[in-house]
Design a protein around this ligand. Structure first.
Ligand code: HEM
Length: 407
């Protein structure tokens, strides 16, 4: 390592804010070159192992000795601050924070709802939803239109409502509460949002228990009744996780995907010329932006050796999916947005037992949105320079608050 690099990294605290939407912070690249697993200081205080190599990230995320349980001592404070962690510890656990058999028991019954085959039946309805919001955009008498409000947020929000059987008329309520939860707002605001959302979902599950419908929760309730395992609190936790994980993420990825394509005209032209390229383009956009960085945090339950370093029991480990997805050992010329590259081995949805349960749904929504938007509004363009867009530096999930577009 040259002296300059050593100096640059000496005072480093993680995470480093993204200065540019089209690249990870420069320090991440230096860290990965220097050591794909390194022990670093966190801005929240304390230290954790920072995993930035693609191979090392996959090893960490498939190692059963590294726990997702946020209640365990030593769980790193990265996307969470101490107060939020405390708050989470007092809540019933979500699948995301479970390990081993407990995790499998929570995840297995829901997997069937998210298979490619199951989701294919939803495609026509998702297409209708996307067309409906694009109709409204085209009918608006004013331009520019804010794509976040007009399309990026309402599409995944309505899709997840229909999938779960949550009334869309309540979407303002839960959208504002989930946004609050992923934003670094005050603890009081987050506590209130959490309590209100859980109370709302508690009522919803109670209603569904007495009037089971043919939706995801109806099916879960019927199965649990048959097995004699009706678990009201577990269903409320599942509803909470799916609702919060399922729309803010996809919404941000829709917005950033549009920014990415419209800012790279040669790549945009490739997708416009052949919609058969869209699925691969979606994978590349997921890799390129990696909106959920560091959410894949773990704590070692015993000593583990990975990538030549020894991680002791009780030490925190943070996988930087953003760094791993820009590792040249896994993706040649990672700084190039290349919709033709096979990027499917990216870690934007995580990896291993906790790999995103909703990934097939997210992929389908992204494909339909990009295809339909480019087909129906072929002259779509950004109505503000990229550097003036309000990218999210105050949220756990990267994205953009507002996206003015015109045509
Ligand atoms: C572009 C959109 C999305 C991104 C980038 C994303 C990202 C992720 C990541 C990185 C994880 C792994 C967390 C870990 O290992 O600790 C995860 C887990 C999860 N995601 Fe997603 N997600 C997206 C969309 C969705 C959607 C649409 C749903 C549901 C409808 C969903 C539901 C879940 C659930 C339930 C888990 C927990 C799985 C488990 O713990 O076994 N996600 N997601």
């Amino acid at each position: 390592m040259t002296k300059n690099v050593a100096d640059e990294l000496a005072g480093l605290q993680l995470p480093v804010e993204r200065g540019c939407p089209f690249a990870p912070p420069a320090a991440y690249e230096r860290l990965r070159e220097q050591a794909p697993i390194s022990k670093d200081r966190l801005t929240s205080g304390g230290e954790a192992w920072w995993v930035s190599g693609h191979e090392e990230a996959r090893a960490v995320l498939t190692d059963g000795r590294l726990s997702s349980d946020k209640r365990k001592d030593g769980f790193p404070l990265f996307t969470l601050d101490a107060a939020t962690l405390q708050q989470l510890r007092s809540q019933p656990p979500l699948m995301l924070g479970m390990d081993g058999a407990e995790h499998s028991a929570a995840r297995r019954p829901v997997i069937g709802e998210f298979t490619v085959r199951r989701l294919a039946a939803l495609r026509p309805r998702i297409q209708d939803i996307v067309d409906h919001f694009i109709d409204d955009m085209l009918a608006a008498d004013q331009r520019p239109v804010d794509l976040v409000r007009a399309l990026s947020l309402p599409v995944p929000s309505l899709v997840i409502c229909e999938l779960l059987g949550v009334p869309y008329t309540d979407h303002d309520f839960f959208q504002s509460r989930t946004t609050m939860l992923v934003r670094k707002t005050s603890l009081e605001d987050r506590q209130r949002a959490l309590a209100e959302l859980r109370a709302y979902l508690d009522d919803l599950v109670t209603r569904k228990e007495s009037e089971p419908a043919d939706d995801l929760f109806g099916r879960q309730i019927a199965r649990q009744r048959q097995e004699g395992t009706l678990d009201h609190a577990g269903l409320v936790s599942l509803a909470f996780l799916l609702l919060t994980a399922g729309h803010e993420t996809t919404a941000n990825m829709i917005s950033l995907g549009v920014v990415g394509l419209l800012s790279h005209p040669e790549q945009l032209a490739l997708v416009k010329a052949d919609s058969g390229r869209t699925p691969m383009a979606v994978e590349e956009l997921l890799r390129y932006f990696t909106i959920a960085d560091g959410v894949t945090s773990r704590v070692a339950t015993e000593e583990v050796e990975i990538g030549g370093v020894s991680i002791k029991a009780g030490e925190g480990v943070i996988v930087s999916a953003l760094s791993a997805n820009w590792d040249p050992a896994a993706f040649k010329d990672p700084a190039e947005l290349d919709v033709g590259r096979g990027a499917r081995h990216h870690l934007a949805f995580g990896f291993g037992p906790h790999q995103c349960l909703g990934q097939n749904l997210a992929r389908m929504e992204l494909q339909i949105v990009f295809d339909t938007l480019l087909r129906r509004i072929p002259t779509l363009r950004l109505a503000a320079p990229v550097e003036d867009l309000p990218f999210k530096t105050d949220a756990v999930i990267y994205g953009v608050h507002e996206l003015p577009v015109t045509w």
